[in-house]
Design a protein around this ligand. Structure first.
Ligand code: VAH
Length: 315
Protein backbone atom coordinates (compact mmCIF):
# COMPACT_ATOMS: atom_id res chain seq x y z
CA UNK A 1 0.00 0.00 0.00
CA UNK A 2 1.09 3.57 -0.78
CA UNK A 3 0.87 6.58 1.55
CA UNK A 4 0.87 10.10 0.06
CA UNK A 5 1.76 12.85 2.55
CA UNK A 6 0.61 16.27 1.29
CA UNK A 7 -2.16 14.82 -0.91
CA UNK A 8 -4.05 18.15 -1.04
CA UNK A 9 -1.16 20.01 -2.74
CA UNK A 10 -0.58 20.94 -6.40
CA UNK A 11 1.48 17.79 -7.08
CA UNK A 12 0.12 15.58 -4.30
CA UNK A 13 -3.51 15.84 -5.42
CA UNK A 14 -2.78 14.82 -9.02
CA UNK A 15 -0.22 12.18 -8.06
CA UNK A 16 -2.78 10.57 -5.72
CA UNK A 17 -5.32 10.26 -8.55
CA UNK A 18 -2.65 8.81 -10.85
CA UNK A 19 -1.67 6.25 -8.21
CA UNK A 20 -5.34 5.28 -7.67
CA UNK A 21 -5.71 4.81 -11.45
CA UNK A 22 -2.61 2.62 -11.50
CA UNK A 23 -3.23 0.55 -8.37
CA UNK A 24 -6.48 -0.46 -6.63
CA UNK A 25 -8.10 2.42 -4.76
CA UNK A 26 -7.79 0.61 -1.44
CA UNK A 27 -4.01 0.44 -1.92
CA UNK A 28 -3.67 4.24 -1.91
CA UNK A 29 -3.90 6.18 1.35
CA UNK A 30 -4.08 9.96 0.90
CA UNK A 31 -3.19 12.25 3.80
CA UNK A 32 -2.78 15.92 4.60
CA UNK A 33 -3.22 18.40 7.45
CA UNK A 34 -6.94 18.76 6.70
CA UNK A 35 -9.62 16.47 5.32
CA UNK A 36 -10.39 17.14 1.65
CA UNK A 37 -14.20 16.77 1.53
CA UNK A 38 -14.19 16.21 -2.23
CA UNK A 39 -11.63 13.42 -2.07
CA UNK A 40 -13.01 10.02 -3.10
CA UNK A 41 -10.91 7.34 -1.40
CA UNK A 42 -9.13 6.49 1.86
CA UNK A 43 -8.02 9.73 3.55
CA UNK A 44 -6.20 10.19 6.87
CA UNK A 45 -5.29 13.42 8.68
CA UNK A 46 -1.51 13.52 9.15
CA UNK A 47 0.52 16.43 10.49
CA UNK A 48 3.92 15.13 9.32
CA UNK A 49 5.73 17.13 12.02
CA UNK A 50 4.30 14.43 14.32
CA UNK A 51 6.41 11.29 13.75
CA UNK A 52 4.21 8.98 15.82
CA UNK A 53 1.18 9.98 13.73
CA UNK A 54 2.99 8.90 10.55
CA UNK A 55 4.03 5.65 12.27
CA UNK A 56 0.42 4.97 13.35
CA UNK A 57 -0.89 5.26 9.78
CA UNK A 58 2.02 3.26 8.32
CA UNK A 59 1.24 0.43 10.78
CA UNK A 60 -2.55 0.68 10.39
CA UNK A 61 -2.40 0.12 6.61
CA UNK A 62 0.84 -1.87 6.28
CA UNK A 63 2.26 0.87 4.05
CA UNK A 64 5.10 -0.23 1.76
CA UNK A 65 5.75 3.02 -0.16
CA UNK A 66 5.64 6.69 0.92
CA UNK A 67 5.43 9.74 -1.36
CA UNK A 68 6.34 12.88 0.60
CA UNK A 69 4.67 15.86 -1.09
CA UNK A 70 4.38 18.24 1.86
CA UNK A 71 6.52 21.42 1.92
CA UNK A 72 6.27 25.20 2.06
CA UNK A 73 7.26 26.52 -1.39
CA UNK A 74 9.84 29.16 -2.35
CA UNK A 75 7.91 32.45 -2.26
CA UNK A 76 5.67 31.62 0.69
CA UNK A 77 8.67 30.15 2.48
CA UNK A 78 10.42 33.53 2.59
CA UNK A 79 7.72 35.01 4.83
CA UNK A 80 8.87 33.01 7.89
CA UNK A 81 12.31 31.53 7.05
CA UNK A 82 12.94 29.59 10.26
CA UNK A 83 9.41 28.15 10.30
CA UNK A 84 9.86 27.06 6.66
CA UNK A 85 13.12 25.31 7.57
CA UNK A 86 11.52 23.65 10.58
CA UNK A 87 8.46 22.39 8.69
CA UNK A 88 10.29 21.27 5.53
CA UNK A 89 13.06 19.44 7.43
CA UNK A 90 11.14 17.98 10.40
CA UNK A 91 8.48 16.42 8.16
CA UNK A 92 11.08 14.91 5.81
CA UNK A 93 13.28 13.53 8.63
CA UNK A 94 10.16 12.02 10.23
CA UNK A 95 9.32 10.26 6.95
CA UNK A 96 12.88 8.95 6.60
CA UNK A 97 12.98 7.64 10.17
CA UNK A 98 9.54 5.97 9.99
CA UNK A 99 10.53 4.46 6.61
CA UNK A 100 13.79 3.10 8.04
CA UNK A 101 12.16 1.66 11.18
CA UNK A 102 9.12 0.22 9.33
CA UNK A 103 11.10 -1.28 6.43
CA UNK A 104 9.32 0.82 3.79
CA UNK A 105 10.44 -0.48 0.37
CA UNK A 106 10.45 2.81 -1.62
CA UNK A 107 10.22 6.52 -0.77
CA UNK A 108 9.70 9.47 -3.14
CA UNK A 109 11.10 12.93 -2.35
CA UNK A 110 10.35 15.95 -4.57
CA UNK A 111 13.27 18.33 -4.95
CA UNK A 112 13.38 21.41 -7.15
CA UNK A 113 15.39 23.66 -9.45
CA UNK A 114 15.36 25.92 -6.39
CA UNK A 115 18.47 24.01 -5.22
CA UNK A 116 20.51 25.94 -7.82
CA UNK A 117 21.78 29.41 -7.02
CA UNK A 118 24.04 32.11 -8.43
CA UNK A 119 27.05 29.86 -8.87
CA UNK A 120 25.43 27.11 -10.92
CA UNK A 121 25.67 27.28 -14.72
CA UNK A 122 22.56 29.20 -15.80
CA UNK A 123 21.78 27.30 -18.98
CA UNK A 124 21.70 23.56 -19.45
CA UNK A 125 22.53 23.32 -15.72
CA UNK A 126 24.44 20.07 -15.07
CA UNK A 127 23.29 17.30 -12.73
CA UNK A 128 26.36 17.78 -10.50
CA UNK A 129 26.48 21.52 -9.93
CA UNK A 130 27.63 23.67 -7.04
CA UNK A 131 24.47 24.32 -5.02
CA UNK A 132 24.12 27.73 -3.31
CA UNK A 133 20.33 28.23 -3.07
CA UNK A 134 19.01 31.70 -2.28
CA UNK A 135 15.71 30.68 -0.65
CA UNK A 136 15.00 28.75 2.55
CA UNK A 137 12.89 26.38 0.44
CA UNK A 138 15.95 25.77 -1.78
CA UNK A 139 18.23 25.32 1.26
CA UNK A 140 15.76 22.78 2.70
CA UNK A 141 15.66 20.89 -0.60
CA UNK A 142 19.48 20.67 -0.81
CA UNK A 143 19.52 19.38 2.78
CA UNK A 144 16.63 17.02 2.01
CA UNK A 145 18.45 15.56 -1.01
CA UNK A 146 21.54 14.94 1.10
CA UNK A 147 19.51 13.25 3.83
CA UNK A 148 17.93 11.03 1.16
CA UNK A 149 21.41 10.10 -0.03
CA UNK A 150 22.54 9.46 3.57
CA UNK A 151 19.61 7.07 4.31
CA UNK A 152 20.39 5.19 1.11
CA UNK A 153 24.08 4.85 1.90
CA UNK A 154 23.73 4.12 5.64
CA UNK A 155 20.52 2.08 5.77
CA UNK A 156 19.96 1.01 2.16
CA UNK A 157 16.61 2.86 2.11
CA UNK A 158 15.44 3.10 -1.53
CA UNK A 159 14.72 6.86 -1.64
CA UNK A 160 14.24 8.36 -5.11
CA UNK A 161 13.97 12.03 -6.00
CA UNK A 162 13.41 14.49 -8.86
CA UNK A 163 14.38 18.17 -9.11
CA UNK A 164 11.08 19.45 -10.49
CA UNK A 165 10.98 22.59 -12.62
CA UNK A 166 7.99 24.89 -12.20
CA UNK A 167 4.93 22.68 -12.52
CA UNK A 168 1.90 23.84 -14.49
CA UNK A 169 -1.43 22.14 -13.85
CA UNK A 170 -5.13 23.00 -14.11
CA UNK A 171 -6.30 20.99 -11.10
CA UNK A 172 -5.31 23.40 -8.29
CA UNK A 173 -5.14 27.16 -7.83
CA UNK A 174 -1.70 28.86 -7.99
CA UNK A 175 0.11 28.44 -4.65
CA UNK A 176 3.14 29.97 -2.94
CA UNK A 177 5.56 29.17 -5.72
CA UNK A 178 7.64 31.61 -7.72
CA UNK A 179 6.70 29.74 -10.89
CA UNK A 180 2.99 29.94 -10.09
CA UNK A 181 2.62 33.00 -12.33
CA UNK A 182 2.56 30.41 -15.13
CA UNK A 183 -0.53 28.79 -13.61
CA UNK A 184 -2.37 32.00 -12.70
CA UNK A 185 -1.86 33.47 -16.20
CA UNK A 186 -4.09 30.79 -17.76
CA UNK A 187 -6.85 31.40 -15.21
CA UNK A 188 -6.82 35.11 -16.05
CA UNK A 189 -6.83 34.42 -19.81
CA UNK A 190 -9.86 32.12 -19.59
CA UNK A 191 -11.70 34.64 -17.39
CA UNK A 192 -10.79 37.33 -19.99
CA UNK A 193 -9.08 39.37 -17.27
CA UNK A 194 -5.89 41.40 -17.54
CA UNK A 195 -2.89 39.62 -15.96
CA UNK A 196 -0.34 41.32 -13.73
CA UNK A 197 2.91 39.34 -13.90
CA UNK A 198 5.21 39.43 -10.86
CA UNK A 199 8.24 38.50 -13.01
CA UNK A 200 9.96 40.48 -15.79
CA UNK A 201 8.82 39.56 -19.31
CA UNK A 202 12.15 37.98 -20.27
CA UNK A 203 12.65 35.79 -17.15
CA UNK A 204 13.10 32.35 -18.67
CA UNK A 205 12.53 29.44 -16.26
CA UNK A 206 12.42 25.66 -16.61
CA UNK A 207 8.79 24.49 -16.51
CA UNK A 208 6.92 21.21 -16.91
CA UNK A 209 3.30 20.28 -17.57
CA UNK A 210 1.81 18.33 -14.65
CA UNK A 211 1.17 15.22 -16.77
CA UNK A 212 4.90 15.05 -17.57
CA UNK A 213 5.76 15.59 -13.89
CA UNK A 214 3.46 12.77 -12.79
CA UNK A 215 4.73 10.41 -15.50
CA UNK A 216 8.34 11.20 -14.55
CA UNK A 217 7.56 10.35 -10.92
CA UNK A 218 5.90 7.02 -11.76
CA UNK A 219 8.61 6.05 -14.26
CA UNK A 220 11.35 6.85 -11.72
CA UNK A 221 9.59 4.86 -8.97
CA UNK A 222 9.02 1.86 -11.25
CA UNK A 223 12.57 1.71 -12.62
CA UNK A 224 14.69 -1.22 -11.34
CA UNK A 225 16.70 -0.08 -8.29
CA UNK A 226 20.02 -0.83 -10.00
CA UNK A 227 19.20 1.75 -12.71
CA UNK A 228 19.02 4.57 -10.14
CA UNK A 229 22.52 6.02 -10.04
CA UNK A 230 21.69 9.45 -8.57
CA UNK A 231 20.61 9.17 -4.93
CA UNK A 232 20.48 12.89 -4.16
CA UNK A 233 17.98 14.02 -6.82
CA UNK A 234 17.71 13.78 -10.62
CA UNK A 235 17.61 16.84 -12.84
CA UNK A 236 14.63 16.58 -15.16
CA UNK A 237 13.63 19.02 -17.86
CA UNK A 238 10.33 19.85 -19.50
CA UNK A 239 10.21 23.11 -21.45
CA UNK A 240 11.80 26.49 -20.67
CA UNK A 241 9.96 29.72 -21.38
CA UNK A 242 9.61 33.34 -20.29
CA UNK A 243 6.43 35.21 -19.37
CA UNK A 244 6.40 36.94 -22.77
CA UNK A 245 6.62 33.57 -24.53
CA UNK A 246 3.66 32.17 -22.62
CA UNK A 247 1.73 35.40 -23.35
CA UNK A 248 2.41 34.93 -27.07
CA UNK A 249 1.27 31.32 -26.85
CA UNK A 250 -1.98 32.38 -25.13
CA UNK A 251 -2.60 35.22 -27.60
CA UNK A 252 -2.78 32.67 -30.41
CA UNK A 253 -6.08 31.68 -28.73
CA UNK A 254 -7.01 34.94 -27.00
CA UNK A 255 -5.63 37.73 -29.26
CA UNK A 256 -6.87 40.47 -26.89
CA UNK A 257 -5.26 38.96 -23.79
CA UNK A 258 -3.46 41.76 -21.94
CA UNK A 259 -0.54 41.62 -19.46
CA UNK A 260 1.21 44.19 -17.33
CA UNK A 261 4.61 43.40 -15.79
CA UNK A 262 5.16 44.49 -12.18
CA UNK A 263 8.11 42.47 -10.87
CA UNK A 264 8.21 42.00 -7.10
CA UNK A 265 10.46 40.10 -4.61
CA UNK A 266 9.86 36.91 -6.59
CA UNK A 267 11.91 38.33 -9.47
CA UNK A 268 14.98 38.15 -7.22
CA UNK A 269 14.22 34.49 -6.45
CA UNK A 270 13.63 33.62 -10.13
CA UNK A 271 16.80 35.29 -11.41
CA UNK A 272 18.86 32.98 -9.18
CA UNK A 273 17.36 29.92 -10.84
CA UNK A 274 18.57 28.33 -14.09
CA UNK A 275 17.04 29.09 -17.46
CA UNK A 276 17.27 25.46 -18.57
CA UNK A 277 18.29 22.09 -17.12
CA UNK A 278 20.51 19.28 -18.39
CA UNK A 279 18.66 16.02 -17.70
CA UNK A 280 20.99 13.65 -19.61
CA UNK A 281 21.51 11.42 -16.52
CA UNK A 282 17.74 10.86 -16.11
CA UNK A 283 17.50 10.09 -19.82
CA UNK A 284 20.43 7.65 -19.61
CA UNK A 285 19.59 5.91 -16.31
CA UNK A 286 15.81 5.41 -16.58
CA UNK A 287 14.78 6.68 -20.04
CA UNK A 288 13.20 10.03 -19.14
CA UNK A 289 11.66 11.94 -22.09
CA UNK A 290 9.46 15.03 -21.82
CA UNK A 291 6.35 15.24 -24.00
CA UNK A 292 4.53 18.58 -23.56
CA UNK A 293 5.86 21.74 -25.26
CA UNK A 294 4.56 25.26 -24.55
CA UNK A 295 1.73 25.31 -27.12
CA UNK A 296 0.59 21.84 -25.95
CA UNK A 297 0.48 23.16 -22.37
CA UNK A 298 -1.45 26.27 -23.45
CA UNK A 299 -4.06 24.27 -25.34
CA UNK A 300 -4.69 21.77 -22.50
CA UNK A 301 -4.68 24.45 -19.78
CA UNK A 302 -7.16 26.67 -21.64
CA UNK A 303 -9.48 23.80 -22.59
CA UNK A 304 -9.50 22.34 -19.07
CA UNK A 305 -9.94 25.72 -17.35
CA UNK A 306 -12.76 26.68 -19.74
CA UNK A 307 -14.55 23.46 -18.73
CA UNK A 308 -13.90 24.20 -15.07
CA UNK A 309 -15.17 27.80 -15.21
CA UNK A 310 -18.15 26.91 -17.41
CA UNK A 311 -19.14 24.19 -14.92
CA UNK A 312 -19.16 26.90 -12.24
CA UNK A 313 -20.88 29.28 -14.74
CA UNK A 314 -18.09 31.77 -14.17
CA UNK A 315 -17.65 32.34 -17.91
C1 VAH B 1 8.16 27.08 -6.41
N1 VAH B 1 6.78 25.69 -7.86
O1 VAH B 1 8.01 27.98 -7.21
C2 VAH B 1 7.85 25.65 -6.87
C3 VAH B 1 9.07 25.04 -7.48
C4 VAH B 1 10.80 25.35 -9.20
C5 VAH B 1 9.77 26.00 -8.41
O2 VAH B 1 9.90 24.53 -6.53
O3 VAH B 1 8.56 27.26 -5.30
Amino acid sequence: RILIIGANGQLGSVLTEALKDKYDEEHVIASDLYLNEEYDGIFEIIDATNKSRIQTIVSKYNITQIYHLAAILSAKGEEQPLNTWEINMKTWLNVLEVSRISGISKVFYPSSIAVFGDNAQKDNTPQHSFLDPSTVYGISKVAGENWAHYYYLKYGLDVRSLRFPGIIGYQSMPGGGTTDYAVDIYHKAVKQEKFSCFLKSDTTLPMMFIDDAIRATLELMEAPADKIKVRTSYNISGVSFSPSEVVNSIQKIYPDFEVVYSPDFRQKIARNWPGSINDSEAKKDWGWKQKFNLDDITSVMINKLKEKYKAKSLI
